[in-house]
Design a protein around this ligand. Structure first.
Ligand SMILES: Cc1cc2nc3c(=O)[nH]c(=O)nc-3n(C[C@H](O)[C@H](O)[C@H](O)COP(=O)(O)OP(=O)(O)OC[C@H]3O[C@@H](n4cnc5c(N)ncnc54)[C@H](O)[C@@H]3O)c2cc1C
Length: 588
């Protein structure tokens, strides 16, 4: 586990900062804040020009997949690239204030990190064991559950998550006739019909909330739990369907206890942000379920931008998209000083609504624009708190905890960042060397026993805001910090005030895959494909997690390359087609 200095990004010097993107070869360079760029230069005899709108992880990954095959310009509205990936400083430590964990079971995220040469920066979690804080106590998440859908009622009973009545109702799943389902349905409708409301409220809601910040009453069963939705067609009992996906229970450990491991557990999310995406789905595997970068996942965007060789323009909000005789024109900047970028093809790596707004002005794009306008988004805030380790009566246990909405707390998930990511604890704490205070001077016995593994300062990441809770997020920073700290104290008994805190607001942070999502995405993709030379990617489509966004970026890059290759070749221009290597064999 490499020890890192606070604030130093995990980026090789040659890749440091989006401002250096584009130096790998001639072409426009990143100019943070400049908006009135006239157009990308024509590159006679060179690759076609592709404009990518949106410099989040999807747009940046698309640029990477296009490298060497197109001259790419990324247009980003904000003053920085990265979108929902960002680091901030709290108590002298550099921590993620947006996405923090890569689901390692999907190859796209960690694969991309390795391809751009950052494999050595990948670090695994110290633990991924999350709990649920409900009915007044911490309860272990059952191991035999699939995104909260239970597969083992005896184990569920031991956790105490459900009331006796709730448990009795859940057991009826075994004997109820199959629940008819015609087309897509809401998660709460189907799961509730099988197990009753408590399973939805106390298990499925917090787990799905950890991914989408969404409401099971609105979320699509087919889109958010696709493997379970498919498997459930083969079983009357949903618990049986979940068990079939989880595979056989782990072999008994020594002394007959169920075998435990601290690695991945099917159905297990990180407390607030390990996104199982299209479900954990797989059978238990030995590798850690999640990974991050030593300097924070938020350091990935600048490294990716630099590695892609794309020209990056920040402060370049695109407000119009129009067809030209040979491709597309994008209008950026304010109406008083507009700029235009011409391109042979365009990738919209945007959240649904801005993508829909741009498409609304394109003849023939109305159906796709209308489908994009149907999307709902959930807003949230990450409140990061720093506490001296001695403030906790007992060292924080596990990676964190989830809180069912039904329990009425403002915080929906807590990550004990310095426990989940032990490398953070090796960073210098304010006013002293790393880990200096661990086990020192008159602390409780269990703290001293924790020895040097406990850091001097604990970073606790609190996630607030579920779909429909926008009013909560209107409160000022001090209020949100107070709410988060009070909730944490009620749950853990932490004493005193945090020594440092930060609030990061993510307005419209997560798309809601509501009922009908899959059909909506089909309509968008069909409408966009019909336009030619245009593709979409990002969190709105096939999964909100970073690996899923990377997969959509790969698809979008292949789509525009396919289109460009099919065009009649302009004299002297090279229009290479999509990558022919293996799925991830994109290296030159
Ligand atoms: C708080 C939080 C925690 C999360 N935690 C995790 C996690 O731990 N693991 C995980 O895998 N996923 C996590 N996610 C989800 C994941 O981070 C996002 O789904 C993903 O980063 C979205 O990437 P994107 O490129 O699709 O969109 P974005 O990151 O939203 O990027 C889109 C970009 O487009 C820009 N833009 C918008 N309009 C325009 C315009 N008109 N012109 C130009 N640019 C424009 C925006 O400024 C933005 O930079 C988390 C999300 C949130 C909000």
């Amino acid at each position: 586990m490499p020890a890192r200095q606070a604030g130093r990004p995990a980026v090789p010097p040659a890749m440091a900062g989006p401002g250096r993107a584009g130096r790998a070869r001639p072409g426009p360079v990143c100019e943070g804040g400049r908006v009135n760029v006239v157009h990308s230069p024509a590159w006679p005899g060179r690759h076609p020009r592709v404009a990518i709108v949106g410099g989040g992880i999807a747009g940046l990954a698309a640029a990477w997949f296009l490298r060497g095959r197109a001259e790419v310009t990324i247009l980003e509205a904000a003053g920085r690239i990265g979108g929902k990936l960002a680091v901030g400083e709290v108590a002298g430590m550099t921590v993620d204030v947006g996405a923090e964990a890569l689901l390692a079971r999907r190859p796209e995220g960690v694969g991309l990190v390795r391809q751009i040469g950052l494999g050595g920066e990948l670090v695994g979690p110290g633990t991924t064991a999350a709990r649920i804080w409900t009915r007044g106590a911490f309860r272990d998440l059952p191991r035999r559950q699939f995104m909260g859908v239970p597969a083992d009622f005896a184990e569920l009973e031991r956790t105490g998550i459900l009331s006796p009545e709730g448990l009795a109702r859940a057991r009826q799943d075994a004997t109820l006739p199959a629940t008819p389902r015609d087309g897509d349905v809401a998660v709460a409708g189907f799961v509730g019909a099988r197990f009753g409301a408590e399973v939805v409220d106390r298990l499925v809601e917090p787990l799905l909330g950890g991914v989408y910040a969404g409401r099971p009453e609105r979320l699509s069963f087919e889109a958010t739990l696709p493997a379970l939705a498919a498997e459930s067609r083969r079983h009357a009992s949903l618990a049986e369907a979940a068990a079939a996906l989880l595979g056989p229970p782990p072999a008994p450990g020594p002394g007959g206890a169920p075998g435990r491991h601290d690695g991945p557990r099917p159905g297990e999310p990180a407390a607030d942000g390990g996104r199982p995406d299209s479900e954990p789905g797989g059978r238990a595997a030995p590798a850690p379920a999640f990974a991050t970068l030593a300097g924070g996942l938020g350091t990935l965007p600048s490294a990716l931008a630099a590695a892609s060789g794309a020209a990056v323009r920040t402060g370049a909000a695109v407000r119009e998209l129009a067809r030209t005789a040979s491709g597309w024109r994008l209008v950026t900047g304010p109406a008083s000083a507009p700029g235009a970028v011409d391109a042979d093809a365009v990738i919209l790596a945007l959240p649904a609504r801005p993508a829909g707004r741009l498409l609304a002005g394109v003849p023939g794009a109305s159906p796709a624009a209308a489908a994009l306008a149907e999307f709902e988004y959930a807003s949230m805030a990450i409140v990061t708190l720093a506490y001296p380790a001695g403030s906790f009566p007992r060292p924080p246990k596990g990676s964190g905890y989830l809180v069912p909405s039904a329990d009425g707390h403002p915080v929906k998930a807590v990550t004990f960042s310095t426990v989940k990511w032990p490398h953070l604890g090796t960073l210098p704490a304010p006013g002293g060397p790393a880990r200096a205070a661990a086990g020192a001077g008159g602390e409780p016995a269990d703290r001293a026993a924790a020895g040097p593994r406990e850091p001097a300062t604990h970073i606790v990441r609190c996630s607030l805001g579920r779909a429909g809770e926008e009013a909560l997020l209107q409160r000022d920073d001090a209020d949100l910090i107070g709410l988060a700290a009070a909730d944490l104290a009620a749950a853990t008994g932490v004493r005193g005030r945090p020594v440092a805190a930060s609030v990061t607001r993510w307005g419209g942070g997560l798309p809601q895959y509501t009922v009908g999502h899959l059909d909506r995405v089909r309509r968008i993709r069909a409408g966009v494909a019909a336009l030619g030379g245009l593709a979409v990617c990002g969190a709105a489509y096939d999964g909100v997690g970073v690996p899923a966004c990377v997969a959509t970026a790969r698809l979008a890059a292949d789509q525009v390359l396919g289109h460009l290759a099919a065009r009649p070749a302009a004299a002297g221009s090279r229009t290479p087609g999509p990558e022919r290597g293996g799925k991830w064999g994109h290296d030159r």
